[in-house]
Design a protein around this ligand. Structure first.
Ligand SMILES: [Zn+2]
Length: 410
């Protein structure tokens, strides 16, 4: 298709325009429902209206721009808010690619009657609650959840924040599933794999599941000077020893892309001269393969059981959450493969997504696919996050070309 060429200057120009909204050093500070976030959303509404889409901000702050097309339509987008004082491309890249796809396809003669609806989900970054916008758009966010959500930085309730943004009483839009061939989301990789392999784009196979656990160690709190080592029941030592064994066992059982993290260790009472009577550990692991996740879940429980039988402290394990890996649609993956092979032969590969994305929520309802571009040094969630202009432009070419392929295939 000759008339679906992107405009590189427009892609970069739109990204630069978004970077000015809430600019912070070389990144942005655009937390959900802040004035900067609403300004960015309004910017997108204006851009979408300018290409003939009917755009609005709905009652959860999702921006939705509907194409006038009705023959074959795909949905594309990402999130537009940022983490606090973070990078300029996380979310924004997927928004600008979706806008470019909508613009190019709206002007294409060969794709007449076909179009791209654009969505900017609210709060993928979880200032109030992870994936608020995508849950709302698939009809899985109830009013009670909105009543109960508070901003993790300033404690402001979601209702009050929506009201301050002028969105109180605005209806929430729900996806018309039958309208769509599928959902496409582009994102920066937020890791260093593409860069280290010298690749231009990655096609996401599946979005990993995160399994999170709380381990609680019960020992005996006592005096750090007078209690002999032989009789101590130190919950801190018990936690450290078990974590060491988990690390060793996971090295044996993990797949190449499995990752595991101890995010927090709390010792109680946490004083220099008191032997901890209690320790709490937050532990998580991620993988894209359900069988591997099950195996690691069992390994972890086995180690806890073993620890309990040998003592000296009691250990309990609680599952905080276990999500299911979101497998991307084979047809969309194939379209990305073909588009990538056309624009950057042999410099693309399939890969898992180690981070969560709105596409995992949408994938439960319509076919979904994701495209990654390299992150310089793998840095993200920091204001120095960046991607080269060449990679940004190449990603846009592959993304728009894949969208055109999906819309033109019978
Ligand atoms: Zn993101």
């Amino acid at each position: 298709m000759t008339d679906v060429a992107i405009d590189p200057d427009r892609v970069l120009g739109n990204l630069y325009a978004l970077r000015e909204i809430g600019k912070y050093k070389t990144g942005v500070h655009r937390p959900t429902l802040s004035t900067q976030d609403i300004e960015a959303r309004q910017w997108l509404v204006d851009e979408l209206n300018a290409i003939g889409h009917a755009a609005q901000i709905d009652g959860i702050a999702n921006v939705f721009g509907q194409s006038p097309a009705s023959d074959r339509v795909i949905l594309a987008g990402s999130h537009i808010e940022s983490q606090n004082h973070a990078g300029w491309l996380d979310g924004a890249l997927g928004i600008v690619y979706a806008l470019e796809a909508a613009t190019v396809i709206a002007g294409s003669e060969t794709l007449r009657g076909k179009g791209v609806d654009v969505i900017a989900f609210a709060d993928e970054e979880g200032h109030f609650n992870n994936f608020l916008g995508s849950y709302s758009f698939v009809g899985e966010l109830d009013e009670t959840a909105i009543d109960q959500s508070r901003n993790r930085t300033n404690g402001i309730g979601l209702r009050d924040a929506l009201s301050s943004a002028g969105l109180a009483g605005t209806p929430r839009l729900v996806m018309e599933r039958q309208r769509y061939e599928g959902f496409l989301e582009a994102h920066i990789e937020q890791g260093d794999w593409l860069e280290s392999e010298g690749l231009d784009v990655g096609i996401v196979e599946s979005i990993v599941s995160i399994c999170q656990y709380r381990l609680v160690f019960e020992g005996i709190q006592n005096h750090a000077g007078t209690t002999r080592m032989a009789i101590r029941k130190d919950a801190g030592v018990a936690a450290r020893n078990l974590l060491q064994r988990i690390d060793e066992a996971f090295l044996d059982h993990s797949a190449p892309r499995t990752v595991w993290t101890t995010g927090r260790i709390t010792l109680d009472p946490g004083a220099p001269s008191i032997i901890p009577g209690r320790a709490e550990v937050l532990f998580q692991f991620r993988d894209a393969d359900p069988d591997k996740l099950e195996e690691l879940h069992n390994v972890l429980h086995g180690l806890v059981e073993e620890d309990n039988s040998t003592g000296p402290c009691r250990v309990s394990i609680e599952t905080i959450s276990r999500s299911v890996p979101a497998v991307m649609d084979p047809n969309i993956k194939a379209s990305f493969d073909q588009a990538a092979e056309q624009h950057t032969p042999a410099r693309h590969a399939r890969m898992p997504s180690g981070a969560g994305h709105d596409a995992q929520i949408i994938a439960r309802h319509i076919p979904a696919g994701m495209l990654f571009v390299p992150s310089i040094g793998g840095i993200s969630h920091h204001y120095t996050e960046n991607t080269s202009d060449e990679h940004i432009v190449m990603g846009a070419r592959v993304f728009v070309s894949a969208a055109a392929r999906l819309l033109s295939s019978a």
